[in-house]
Design a protein around this ligand. Structure first.
Ligand code: HEC
Ligand code: HEC
Ligand code: HEC
Length: 407
């Protein structure tokens, strides 16, 4: 998630030169000192309604960083989407273990981490701050984290702590920022298909505004800008082994660049299945939000449609073209034109997952490729059924298997 923040480092180089030694000392001190921030009055909510809400939040937002790629056991994992210049980043063990995990960490301490980015030892950690997430939603996530579930089965091994570089510390202190005062309570709008609720989900909860707005600021600052939701944030694709950059898209109701002509149904398919109108595959880092229900997606759609239609500073879908399916293409070509390589290519985050398919019946693998969510609910893999018929999927499955899962 932080990757978006890091692209504009050029701007910060000036700062570093300006301040010299004093600046270095200041940043290092701020990043390493122990903060004495009062604990928020937020404890777990384990009512059935809150647990269901907490599950959606945790599984849509937290698990991707806190479990190894494609897994759910929240033992902590290296955060590989970020440039190495920031340092070695590793998320924490969130299992129920009293030594390695959160078993002995208070609910209020977890809440403080989510809001301030300060861990149970009072140390600033390189995690996004959810400064505008409502108290009741934080209570729901913590409630979910305290359940006896496979996600939190005790793992005694502590996760290795992140080691941030000077550049990483600059991001911690100036971009993510330090709020030392106690946050006043924040209330979520009622869950309903309204603009207000959609705004909360898009700005405070799911980071849409951060990725879909240019600049280095945090969510609440970006949301107030004139350019909010106009896209144009640049993502370098090198890390997934693909040349070039892609831009986040314009989500305002602009007729040609944005969601002006989109229907609610199209929006739902794009958000859950990763397929935009005209069968375009949405590329990483746009996540799948498969667990969001109809009310949540309708609220977000209404909110985005209520924004003023604005031009993008840099229009998306270029310079790397999105997937276009040529039905007669060989499997090898389909693998890159459909964007499988972003996730499963030599540098892909989910490369190892292809190995699970080697010993299966090709027919079953073909079914997986068309409808992965029927095997693994919530999966980040797009639903390729609208783009590939059964025959094409079978050919692709056989080809992946023939490559031993290492195409
Ligand atoms: C972009 C990746 C990322 C996301 C998303 C993320 N985390 Fe983290 N989390 C981290 C990193 C990195 C650390 C710091 C680990 C360290 O070095 O101590 C961390 C630390 C924590 C800690 C600190 C535990 C302690 O030691 O006191 C808690 C609690 C936590 N995360 C909960 C959450 C919850 C809940 C969510 C979802 C609302 C979430 N995280 C989302 C990356 C992430
Ligand atoms: C980590 C960054 C990131 C986050 C978080 C993110 N997006 Fe995206 N989104 C992107 C990128 C990049 C694209 C462009 C993908 C492409 O061109 O293949 C995109 C594309 C889209 C599209 C397709 C638009 C079009 O014109 O085809 C929609 C709709 C969308 N995002 C909505 C959202 C919403 C709503 C949220 C919050 C729930 C969100 N995104 C969160 C990065 C992100
Ligand atoms: C956005 C990332 C992403 C993209 C793009 C993607 N996948 Fe996947 N794929 C995954 C993940 C993640 C898994 C593992 C399942 C999970 O953990 O959710 C997976 C699993 C698989 C598996 C293993 C199935 C099994 O039997 O266990 C196959 C085969 C596969 N993908 C093929 C493909 C093909 C072919 C394409 C392109 C048409 C593709 N994937 C595109 C993320 C992706």
């Amino acid at each position: 998630m932080l990757r978006k923040i890091l692209m504009g480092f050029g701007a910060l180089v000036g700062l570093i030169i300006l301040g010299g030694v004093g600046f270095y000392a200041y940043v290092t001190y701020q990043a390493n000192k122990t903060y004495d921030i009062p604990l928020p009055d937020i404890r777990r909510d384990t009512s059935p309604e809150a647990l269901a809400r907490g599950e959606v939040i945790f599984m849509s937002l937290c698990v991707e960083c806190h479990a190894p790629a494609g897994e759910i056991h929240a033992v902590g994992a290296p955060v590989t989407v970020l440039p190495p210049e920031l340092g070695y980043l590793h998320s924490a063990n969130l299992t129920s273990d009293p030594v390695g995990g959160m078993g002995n960490v208070k609910d209020e301490e977890i809440a403080r981490m989510i809001i301030h980015g300060v861990n149970h030892e009072g140390k600033l950690r390189p995690m996004v701050r959810f400064w505008t997430m409502a108290d009741e939603d934080i209570a729901a996530v913590i409630g979910f984290m305290r359940q006896d579930r496979p996600e939190f089965a005790p793992e005694p091994k502590k996760a290795p702590p992140s080691e941030t570089t000077f550049l990483g510390n600059i991001v911690q202190v100036f971009v993510l920022g330090v709020h030392t005062e106690k946050r006043p309570p924040v209330k979520a709008p009622a869950k309903a298909p309204t603009v207000e609720y959609g705004k909360y989900l898009s700005e405070a909860m799911f980071d849409c505004v951060a990725c879909h707005t240019q600049g280095l600021e945090v969510n609440e600052v970006k949301a107030a800008k004139d350019t909010a939701f106009t896209g144009g944030f640049e993502f370098d694709q090198k890390q997934s082994g693909t040349e070039g950059v892609i831009y986040s898209t314009n989500l305002t109701p602009h007729e040609t660049q944005g969601l002006g002509k989109w229907t609610l149904e199209q929006f739902k398919v794009a958000m859950r299945e990763g397929i935009a109108p005209d069968n375009q595959v949405l590329r990483t880092p746009m996540p799948r939000f498969r667990r969001l229900d109809d009310v949540q997606l309708e609220a977000m759609f209404k909110f985005l449609k209520s924004l003023p239609a604005r031009e993008s500073p840099k229009f998306a879908r270029e310079p790397l073209p999105r997937a276009k399916v040529d039905p007669s293409a060989a499997p090898e070509k389909l693998f890159s034109s459909l964007g499988c390589n972003y996730c499963h290519g030599p540098k892909g985050q989910y490369r190892d997952k292809l190995k699970n398919a080697i010993s299966k019946q090709p027919e079953e693998v073909a079914k997986w490729i068309r409808n992965p969510e029927s095997f693994k609910p919530g999966t980040q893999m797009p639903t390729f059924a609208p783009l590939l018929d059964e025959g094409q999927a079978l050919e692709l499955a056989r080809w992946v298997q023939s490559k031993n899962g290492e195409p």
